[in-house]
Write a protein that binds this ligand. Structure first.
Ligand code: BDP
Length: 327
């Protein structure tokens, strides 16, 4: 693999020149879209605690939950500019800034969550991470976001034909628009915070997300059919602005990187439990869940998404194949 630079050498190599920089006590500001008891949020708080402890309070971090620092696409740009110091992002909306992240937004690209973990913790994660660093975003740890499935207020989805004519909210990325359109649905990119009301008022019929987000946003109250298509396994990332990263001393960088990795271990553990709890909550709340026995027709329907992507991004074909060949 030509892009096999490790994140460690890419980052630590480039900051040697700054080794003499001294930094006085400072607080990092962190963006988070989720509610405070969400696995991501708890892991981010542990990251903040670990940094404060390891630096004796010289470096602290404050996490702003509930998306109060703005929408995800805006926050990604602000991280790149150094306006926000760190954040926890889905790689889904990062595609417009970092093309490499788009490979994990291809429907059904990973065969399972364990496979996703394994690849993100290896060469695939390193290649995507290198692309992020090039665009000003330093990955500290890969978080889990399970698999996303469709939900709507109209009918259960059992086959791609059931998506026809449904108005589905998607995250901001053309790939997700194409994904829904390839099943003849109508896709509407929209901010996460607007989805509940949009379903309630019929602006859209539904959306797609993992069980914890479907539950924590109360979307299940307004879209009771949850169909386990599990069409997207998109990893998430605790990341830091490269602008902010470069202002840290090498010792602080080490502390932040270690805290980020450890927070990812915690998040992955918490995720499993929350997924199960969320499924129970939504079912107790009246959600009708259906599993999909044969996902083959959905996978087949995605052929145009892959064709279009590979035609527009021939340089990413190796990365796509690396994941597909992992089996
Ligand atoms: C959630 C992700 C979050 C996204 C949200 C969405 O954790 O980062 O903003 O989906 O659909 O699962 O916008």
């Amino acid at each position: 693999m030509t892009k096999a630079i490790t994140l460690r050498s890419a980052l630590f190599g480039s900051c040697l020149a700054l080794a003499a920089t001294t930094v006085s006590a400072q607080e990092l500001r962190g963006w988070n879209i989720h509610v405070e008891d969400y696995p991501v949020s708890i892991a981010m708080e542990s990251f903040a605690d670990a940094i404060a402890e390891a630096t004796d309070g010289e470096l602290t971090a404050k996490v702003f939950h509930n998306g109060v620092l703005g929408s995800q696409p805006d926050a990604i740009e602000q991280i790149r500019l150094g306006v926000i110091d760190f954040g926890e992002f889905s790689l889904g909306p990062m595609g417009t800034s970092v093309p490499e992240t788009n490979v994990v937004s291809l429907p059904f690209i990973f065969s399972s969550i364990p496979q996703m973990y394994e690849l993100m913790d290896g060469e695939v994660g390193d290649a995507i991470g290198a692309g992020m660093i090039e665009r000003g975003i330093v990955p500290l740890g890969w978080y889990d976001a399970g698999a996303r499935s469709f939900y709507n207020s109209v009918r259960p989805i059992n086959t791609p034909a059931d998506v026809e004519g449904l108005k589905i909210r998607v995250m901001s990325n053309d790939l997700f628009v194409q994904m829904v359109e390839s099943m003849d649905g109508n896709a509407t990119p929209m901010a996460f915070a607007e989805v509940y009301q949009s379903i309630q008022t019929g602006v859209v019929d539904g959306a797609e997300n993992n069980p914890p987000s479907y539950e924590s946003t109360s979307h299940y109250e307004v879209a009771a059919f949850y169909s386990l298509t599990e069409h997207l396994i998109i990893p998430e990332c605790l990341c830091m602005s490269k602008v902010s990263w470069d202002k840290l001393t090498p010792e602080q960088q080490d502390i932040v990187m270690t805290a980020g990795r450890e927070s990812a271990d915690l998040q992955r553990e918490l995720w499993q439990a929350r997924e199960a709890a969320s499924m129970e909550i939504v079912q107790a709340g009246g959600t009708v869940v259906n599993t999909i026995e044969d996902k083959g027709p959905f996978q087949d329907a995605m052929a145009p998404v892959y064709d279009g992507f590979l035609e527009a991004n021939p340089d990413l074909a190796d990365l796509v194949n690396m994941i597909r060949d992992a089996g």
